[in-house]
Design a protein around this ligand. Structure first.
Ligand SMILES: [Fe+2]
Length: 279
């Protein structure tokens, strides 16, 4: 790894940053009520998460959470965290469904960017397909100066078996976020294998919890971080859980060039695969 660059990025880190979670109570399929939301925040702190970007669904055909609404709900939740003495920094965000009207919504300010920085936007694909025109919408976002962060590509049925499409998007300038529980095997071996391949191919830049509840789908990054440290390296795990998401919430560019040097070589990956096969 290029230690100078990596160190330069890491100096700014101070705890893990969870870029994707549904903690805001009662506004989507995440936390059901305030009590559950507070429990989730406590779990995040216990896990070593310092910052959580709260990202309710938007434009997915079920939930509409405009920028104004999310900001208001976040301000209320921040007050509740303070009252309960929970030291979790929360920032506004939205998980935006990748629909043709998304660029217009972002330009009009009715959909939120990550941490309200107008630099990057968390985008969600359908579970089963990559919709026609997806690349063109991503190009439009990039042309607007917004960097798309593709949420959990390892859980998309089309991308699971073929990460070439994801590689094309990353070449275009997009980033991608793996879900921590995909890495730990919570969603099954097929998704776990896809996550491993994408991480080791350098197609993943952020690990997030995508937490929905205070049990099972919880705000936890540490277990996934350990898995990534074994798949790739401890440096990769740090970049994905600290440095890169921290840059995004601070509104700084993500220096993706440092990622490659932290990943195992193809030769090393083959040797590790053979070792696992013989074990
Ligand atoms: Fe989500």
């Amino acid at each position: 790894m290029n230690m100078t660059n990596a160190h330069a990025q890491r100096r700014t880190s101070d705890g893990m940053v969870d870029l994707h979670g549904h903690l805001l109570p009662g506004i989507d399929d995440g936390a059901k009520d305030l009590e559950q939301a507070l429990n989730m925040a406590r779990l995040a702190v216990e896990d070593g998460i310092a910052v959580s970007v709260l990202t309710p669904h938007h434009l997915n055909g079920v939930y509409t959470n405009t920028a104004r609404h999310v900001r208001q709900q976040l301000a209320r939740f921040r007050d509740r965290l303070f009252e309960h003495g929970i030291p979790l920094q929360v920032l506004p965000g939205t998980e935006c469904h990748l629909v043709p009207e998304l660029p217009t919504a972002l330009a009009a300010g009715t959909a939120l960017t990550i941490a309200d920085r107008n630099q990057a936007v968390l985008v969600e694909l359908p579970v089963h397909t990559v919709p026609l025109g997806a690349s063109s919408i991503l190009e439009d976002l990039l042309a607007m100066g917004l960097q798309p962060v593709i949420a959990h590509p390892e859980r998309n049925r089309e991308l699971i078996g073929d990460s070439e499409q994801l590689a094309d998007w990353v070449d275009m300038g997009c980033l991608a976020q793996v879900t921590a529980q995909s890495c730990t095997g919570r969603f099954g071996s097929q998704i776990q294998n896809a996550a491993r391949r994408m991480v080791c191919d350098g197609l993943i830049h952020v690990m997030a919890s995508d937490a929905h509840r205070d049990s099972r789908r919880i705000p936890q990054l540490s277990a996934g971080r350990e898995v990534v440290a074994q798949w790739a390296s401890p440096e990769t795990a740090s970049l994905l859980t600290e440095d890169f998401p921290r840059a995004l919430v601070d509104g700084r560019a993500v220096d993706t060039a440092v990622l490659k040097d932290t990943l195992p070589s193809r030769k090393g990956r083959l040797a590790s695969w053979l070792r696992r096969l013989r074990a």
